[in-house]
Design a protein. Structure first.
Length: 221
């Protein structure tokens, strides 16, 4: 009974279009799934529109309250820096997209597997090139584990600078031009990154000026 009442309350906050884009027949079914199946609220693409952000936040509070917890903080694993949101891959992609500035003069093409170390990061990355624009490759990080049983031979290109990330936001929605702290879901170190939102469409974003230095007040640690 408590679940049904909470689902009705969430249903009243949902857009009410019953469009089925979330994979459920009606908004009420989606509301019930938020409480019982732990589905992502971002499955409602309409709710991701800026005009519904207040209602989205209210729904998240109801879901967290039903689960017996407050809105959980997102913190890095190493230095416990607080992040604004998680960044997940775009739909049907392997990991968040990264745009790289490579300091080596290797001619990269689509499909090439590369081995590199992002500037400021101690971890060696393995990635596959998606596309190259004006000499700057967009890549998916695929990790060394996925190479173990494959015939791909990674090209070592040394140190690269990560210029931008592309992905989907799970958490509080920022605004274009806002400086944010975010945690890429595929980051092996669980390291919070910072950057500037330069593109935002529903919950899809592009973040530029990527930096691993994240400034914060000591009381926030």
């Amino acid at each position: 009974m408590i679940v049904m009442e909470s689902a009705k309350e969430i249903d009243r906050l949902l857009p009410g279009f019953n469009c089925g884009a979330c994979g459920y027949r009606e908004c009420y079914d989606f509301a019930l799934a938020l409480l019982t199946d732990h589905v992502s609220i971002n499955k409602c693409s309409v709710l991701n529109q800026q005009r519904f952000q207040g209602k989205k936040a209210a729904i998240q509070k109801l879901v967290y309250s039903h689960q017996g917890k407050s809105n959980p903080e997102i913190r890095g694993l190493i230095d416990r820096v607080k992040a604004d949101f998680y960044l997940y891959p775009l739909e049907n992609e392997h990991s968040c997209r990264e745009t790289l500035l490579c300091f080596s003069r290797v001619n990269l093409t689509e499909g090439t597997v590369i081995r590199y170390r992002p500037l400021g990061c101690p971890i060696i990355h393995f990635a596959r090139v998606i596309v190259v624009h004006h000499g700057l490759p967009d890549v998916w990080v695929i990790g060394p584990g996925k190479l173990l049983n494959r015939k791909d031979e990674a090209i070592d290109i040394g140190i690269c600078m990560v210029l931008s990330f592309q992905g989907t936001i799970e958490g509080e929605m920022p605004k274009v031009g806002q400086t944010v702290k975010f945690l890429p879901a595929h980051c092996m170190m669980g390291k919070v990154h910072s950057g500037i939102i330069v593109q935002l469409e529903n919950n899809k974003t592009r973040i530029d000026c990527i930096d691993l230095k994240v400034w914060q007040h000591t009381s926030d640690a």
